[in-house]
Design a protein around this ligand. Structure first.
Ligand code: PLP
Length: 441
């Protein structure tokens, strides 16, 4: 157990809350999402699965490892070497980088149904590009979707309706303030594995439906005829099918997870793991839809820099040589098995969601959020970043999982005691974590 001495990290975050509205650029990296006033908001170095905070404390990362971006682990030597080389030769110029052509070719090789590619630098903007192309290609406005797809107006428009339509789609409480009210009715949600809900949207809006946007899977596998049913409904009404592989891409197999299901979209969108921590987003698809990028203006200066495509090529090269997906599945299974046994041993009810490569953890208890916050705070003392989700990386080894479980076992002993005594909040002594989008006060 370590002593809490200097606290440069916390004081910097207090400054940030004044200087940067919302504190950070990404909701999932707010300390409030883990343990308000306790979480080490900043890092000085990150290698493999180890992060060093500004006070020199080291943690093994058992959370989302760069929000799913660093599938190969932090600062993967091969990706870093390729990126450094590109930077030293100039990663930006008045001319284009050749790596983007190689990347287009590589992604199309991996997804033989696709014919063309466009690149951005982040997932949300890649989705916005895909939606724009679908709307341009069809001359239609409405998007049916399920799941989370970023911060753009096209998506948040769903929450302009009174019923907070997005609440069931990964992140609750997303406010559409600032999204033009005229977009109301242009983004309509349906539930995953609820083909009948999409069928109703197609029945009512099929002639104005530009696209169906969804992850091929996220937490649960598709029911046997779900994805093919979605494909059929799109074909029946002429809407484009867009698979969002921003989080799933490369994590379950080389390329997109949809390849496993044998249902091909009109477009697929990648980001996060594609650059292993370097910004790159990609939209790949059929020319019949992608060529719409020539009818509408889709263009940005930094979509032409060379680091993103270089990092993506190096990441894909590692994935071609090493069974990355097999490794993260194996690590995720060990993590889940360990939690299950720990829960049984300590009499704590643990709910594990998602897949081994993309696991969520909750305490099935009325004080679930407070218990998880206390767990996180105590795990920091043991040298672990830990919370309600674990996205394993190639850098995690079985011995890291063993060390995590040994520490978690000791912390859970205290959790059980705190449940018995009813003093979870008192032990915590700081606020409970947030569970969704909330204004920072
Ligand atoms: C499925 C999915 N789509 C889109 C996004 C948005 O990507 P980004 O945060 O890179 O803009 C995310 C981010 O979590 C995601 O999980």
């Amino acid at each position: 157990m370590r002593e809490d001495s200097s606290n440069h990290t916390q004081s910097l975050y207090n400054d940030a809350r004044r200087l940067i509205p919302g504190g950070t650029q990404l909701l999932s990296k707010r300390p409030e999402m883990f343990a308000p006033e306790r979480w080490p908001a900043y890092y000085s170095e990150a290698h493999g699965c180890e992060v060093t905070d500004l006070d020199g404390r080291k943690y093994l990362d058992f959370t989302h490892n760069g929000v799913g971006a660093c599938l190969l682990g932090y600062a993967h030597p091969r990706v870093s070497a390729a990126v450094v080389d590109r930077i030293q030769r100039g990663s930006m110029s008045s001319l284009n980088n050749p790596e983007e052509v190689a990347l287009a070719r590589k992604l199309i090789d991996l997804h033989p149904w696709a014919e063309q590619a466009r690149f951005t630098r982040c997932g949300g903007e890649a989705l916005a590009v895909a939606v724009r192309m679908a709307r341009a290609a069809t001359g239609r406005d409405i998007i049916a979707f399920c799941g989370y797809h970023g911060w753009s107006d096209w998506y948040l428009a769903a929450n302009l309706s009174a019923d907070q339509a997005l609440d069931g789609h990964l992140l609750p409480g997303l406010s559409p303030a600032g999204v033009p009210r005229g977009l109301q009715g242009t983004a309509i949600p349906f539930g995953y594995n609820r083909l009948e809900e999409l069928a109703v949207i197609v029945r009512d809006h099929g002639r104005n439906l530009a696209a169906v946007v969804m992850e091929p899977t996220r937490n649960t596998p598709p029911l046997p005829d779900f994805l093919s049913g979605v494909r059929q409904l799109c074909d029946d009404c002429g809407a484009r099918l867009v698979f969002d592989e921003v989080t799933t891409g490369l994590r379950f197999r080389q390329g997109g997870k949809h390849l496993d299901y044998g249902v091909m979209p009109d477009m697929a969108v990648f980001a996060k793991a594609l650059g292993n921590g370097h910004p790159i987003g990609a939209v790949i698809g059929l020319a019949t839809t992608m060529e719409a990028a020539q009818q509408t203006f889709i263009s940005s200066t930094y979509w032409t820099e060379g680091v993103g495509p270089t990092a993506a090529l190096a990441t894909l090269a590692v994935c071609a040589e090493v069974d990355v997906a097999g490794h993260v599945r194996h690590i995720g299974e060990a993590f889940r098995d360990g939690w299950q046994s720990l829960g049984k041993k300590r009499g704590l009810s643990i709910a594990l969601g998602g897949y081994p490569a993309l696991t969520t953890v909750t305490f099935a208890h009325k004080d679930a959020a407070a218990l998880m916050t206390l767990f996180t705070v105590r795990m920091l003392d043991h040298g672990f970043l830990a919370g309600s989700g674990f996205y394993p990386t190639l850098a995690h080894q079985p011995e890291h999982v063993d060390a995590f479980l040994t520490a978690a076992d000791r912390v859970c002993l205290e959790l059980v005691e705190s449940i018995e005594k009813g003093d979870v909040q008192a032990r915590l002594g700081s606020p409970v974590k947030h569970s969704g989008f909330a204004r920072l006060t």
